[in-house]
Design a protein around this ligand. Sequence first.
Ligand code: FPP
Length: 240
Amino acid sequence: MSAAAATGGKPAKGGGGHGPRHVAIIMDGNGRWAKRRHLPRVLGHQRGVEAVRRTVRAGAELGLSALTLYAFSTENWRRPEDEVSALMGLLKHFILSDLEEFARNNIRLKVIGDVSVFAPDILALIDHALQRTAGNTGMIMVVALNYGSQDEIARAARAAAAKGDITAETIAAELDTADLPPLDLLIRTSGEVRLSNFLMWQAAYAEMLFLDVLWPDFGRDHLEEAIAEFVRRERRFGGR
Ligand code: FPP
């Protein structure tokens, strides 16, 4: 059982003032970013990919152990077909164009969610990216694809039941995130205050930050400020 599973995902306390190891982001606001500029939604998503690039670089430089990004939810299939295929195209392009940089920078890729439904060409690309970075020991970039927390918990509960014992610990040990450090900080951009079926189990003890910035405008400064806010909150917590 992983350390996270053993504690039910509760982060280690003590000391106070330490930065988050695992940060997750709900990257919201691409559509509104484009709409405000009278641009097509897909341009908002394109600029969203640039924000992903900036944020992954910054996360690695700032010493995060894991950065989890909500790229495509189980509900996103309900979007118009052309938007879904644009998002798939961006994902493919992102893997093709950025994989080598991430690999060189010791970043390991991990995917959470049920990717079995993706087209064979995307699955092959994902597999290649996972293998290419499997030996890396730096930050883990976790991409949530066809991910939904309820689906993940149901899958984990089935796996735990198949092994004969359903407890919080046995379910946690079967979650897609079981091998990651506990989630410390969850950020959502765009001003919406919802979890939208993202990491609901893992967020049990996470600090949450809802930022009034649209995802395409997010960058290193926002991540640094979010980490600083986490450290301030941790210090209050550690004083009790
Ligand atoms: C939310 O904006 C964003 C998404 C549904 C997709 C996020 C995807 C990316 C940033 C690009 C692909 C990711 C990778 C890792 C290459 P929205 O469209 O819901 O915005 P709105 O609420 O303003 O309409």
